[in-house]
Design a protein around this ligand. Structure first.
Ligand code: PBG
Length: 332
């Protein structure tokens, strides 16, 4: 129940909006650099920053430049980076062995960043799609995405990332049982302090298109991901998935995509009160950036408004490709 308030003219809402100082004083939610996780794309080589065509302003970085990005992020007060590898098609196989190779691109990049910028938290993605000849997040047999066999592979992948020094593991695959299996394996291997930020409520979304270009999975992907990612029509199911992942040992949970799913963010925060994140995904970034580049919207304002909306919806933090730009603007 809202406290009762006097009728007009005793109550005039415009009084509190009259000046900048009054508006600041009565502001309910605040966005800061502390709320941001910056997803970056990495590739092999040295000294190369290769633009992602469907994400203007975003590039695939070689490890040396990823380390620079980490330094930049730390300087801007961004607490964490999240790594996504562009894998050469020649390395992709049906068995996805490259995913748990201690020397793979992601694991080398984790070590390089932690050596140079130890204060920044490094988050990873756990799913087989960058390494899979058929582009799926799981192992495929006769056209079926296998659950339990995939979980075993994901555990190997998680251990290799933890061994390399990752601070936060982000299982994004939507297989059943993976959080419990990964948590048990981490405990068993002495990685008891590695955090899991589960992509718990991940929808089968059209907004991932530019990302799949960025990691080179678009060409490989056969079919869609609807047998493991959620239908956009469901909301209660998201709460059941979050509860399941928390029971299995997730420290933080995520809703993905972001802007079209703010209702889910709010339900999750209200129901569980746990650290809740949203991923403002590649397609959301491309929409805002694309319209701004054409002069159809004010890009900076639209970006900050979109990020503040996540805070209002109950999120503690946001994965966003706008992270460095937003942090710079928030700094003033
Ligand atoms: C892969 C993964 C995807 C994203 C993050 N991890 C794509 C997918 O599920 O197809 C999407 C991120 C984005 O669109 O920015 N498991």
């Amino acid at each position: 129940m809202l406290p009762s308030q006097a009728a007009y003219p005793a109550t005039r809402f415009r009084r509190a909006r009259r000046t900048e100082s009054l508006r600041r004083l009565t502001q309910e939610h605040v966005l800061s650099a502390n709320d941001l996780i910056w997803p970056i794309f990495i590739r092999d080589g040295a000294g190369v920053s290769e633009p992602v065509l469907s994400m203007p302003g975003v590039s695939r970085l070689t490890i040396d430049l990823a380390v620079r990005a980490a330094e930049e992020a730390a300087g801007l007060g961004i607490p964490a980076l999240c790594l996504f590898p562009y894998t050469d098609p020649s390395v992709k196989t049906e068995s996805c062995d490259e995913a748990w190779n201690p020397g793979n691109l992601t694991n080398r990049c984790i070590r390089a960043i932690k050596a140079a910028v130890p204060e920044i938290a490094v988050m990873t993605d756990i799913a087989l799609d960058p390494y899979n000849a058929n582009g799926h997040d799981g192992l495929v047999r006769d056209g079926v995405i296998l659950n339990d066999e995939t979980v075993e592979a994901l555990v190997r992948m998680a251990l290799a990332q933890a061994e390399s020094g990752a601070d936060i593991l982000g299982p994004s695959d939507m297989m059943d049982g993976r959080i419990g299996a990964i948590r048990a394996a981490l405990e068993g291997a002495g990685h008891k302090d590695v955090a899991i930020l589960s992509y718990s409520a991940k929808y089968a979304s059209a907004f991932y298109g530019p990302f799949r270009d960025a990691v080179g999975a678009s060409a490989a992907l056969k079919g869609d991901k609807k047998t493991y990612q959620m239908t956009p029509a469901n909301s209660d199911e998201a709460l059941r998935l979050i509860e399941r992942d928390l029971r299995e040992g997730a420290d933080m949970v995520m809703v993905k995509p972001g802007m079209p799913y703010l209702d889910i963010c709010r339900r999750v925060k209200d129901t569980f009160g746990v650290p809740t994140f949203a991923y403002q995904v590649s397609g959301e970034y491309a929409m805002i950036r694309g319209a701004a580049d054409r002069g159809w919207i004010n890009g900076e304002s639209a970006m900050l408004e979109s990020l503040l909306a996540f805070k209002r919806a109950g999120c503690d933090g946001i994965l966003t490709y706008f992270a460095p730009e937003a942090a710079r603007l928030l700094r003033g």
